[in-house]
Design a binder for this molecule. Structure first.
Ligand SMILES: [Zn+2]
Ligand SMILES: [Zn+2]
Length: 292
């Protein structure tokens, strides 16, 4: 009779190891860390199943889209397999509910939408088209209602997280073969969403990071991506004591963006980790009257 060897622990990603370190160093962030670990782990498993798409777009169309400030990923380009998306939506809603980031009534309604075959597909398609602006004549069209009447507002947060593993594959595929030097906009060149983090490169340039597909693109270090204000005197910037992170706040539209300062860093930016490590910075920015 032989003893079965203990099963080796599942290989942990660098992100999860770093998140566990935050949990030790900043115990007040434990719940946020645990929710992030659950989300990162789930998204990583989904993304591993999603094939890298080969996006066939007319080069002239790609150039015209960029010139007009419209993003490049059409809904049909997303390698979205509906049964897998349905499962991802359900798991995302369950994780948010488990950590009290979603009200019980909203969770119930979102789970019901996910279960209903006829309801989900048009909701997701319309939401992506309206929020990406990929077909918009004018950028202002992106402000039209994105969710059907009666749907809980929190559905958008769930959709952003659930579509990420699929959409991130598109950005990954396109980033490799596209020149983004002509893109001067504050919204994502791939999916049209807003940045929710940034990184300062060792050469002191700033790259914005999309809050939906996590693509990166270069953007002026002293310009506001939300309202395009580029008056340096009207951008307030402050850093953490260790110099690792920085906030850029706009005194015109009163919004702010956090950044990882890669100039003195020992590792590359990891949005899933750095957005949690900087939760105290959000509090500081909001205390000064800015909003995220
Ligand atoms: Zn994006
Ligand atoms: Zn602004």
């Amino acid at each position: 009779m032989t003893d079965r060897p203990p099963r080796p622990p599942r290989a942990e990603t660098r992100e999860i190891i770093e998140l566990r370190q935050i949990r030790v160093a900043q115990p007040e962030l434990a719940s946020a860390v645990d929710m992030q670990i659950a989300l990162v782990d789930m998204q990583r498993r989904v993304q591993a199943r999603v094939p890298l798409p080969w996006i066939q777009a007319d080069p002239a169309w790609l150039v015209a889209q960029q010139r007009e400030g419209r993003p490049l990923v059409r809904f049909g380009d997303i390698p979205l397999e509906w049964s897998d998306f349905r499962l991802t939506l359900r798991q995302t809603a369950d994780i948010l509910r488990r950590f009290d980031a979603l009200e019980p009534a909203d969770h119930e309604q979102i789970v019901a939408i996910g279960r209903s075959g006829n309801a989900l597909e048009p909701i997701v398609t319309d939401w992506y088209n309206a929020s990406s602006g990929v077909h918009a004549e004018h950028v202002s069209e992106m402000l039209s209602p994105r969710l059907p009447a009666g749907a809980p507002a929190s559905l958008e947060q769930v959709l952003v997280l659930a579509i990420r593993p699929f959409l991130a594959r598109c950005a990954e595929a396109m980033m490799q073969r596209l020149d983004l030097s002509a893109w001067t906009h504050g919204h994502c060149p791939f999916c049209g969403w807003e940045p929710d983090f940034a990184v300062i490169t060792p050469s002191a340039d700033r790259r914005l990071i999309c809050g939906r597909c996590v693509a990166q693109w270069p953007f002026g270090a002293h310009q506001c991506p939300f309202c395009a204000n580029d008056d340096r005197a009207l951008i307030t910037s402050f850093a953490t004591r260790d110099g690792r992170y920085r906030v850029y706040a706009c005194d015109v539209c009163r919004r702010y963006l956090k950044a990882y300062d890669g100039r003195t860093a020992t590792r590359p930016v990891m949005v899933a980790v750095d957005s949690i490590a900087t939760l105290p910075l959000d509090a500081a920015a909001m205390q000064r009257g800015y909003s995220g």
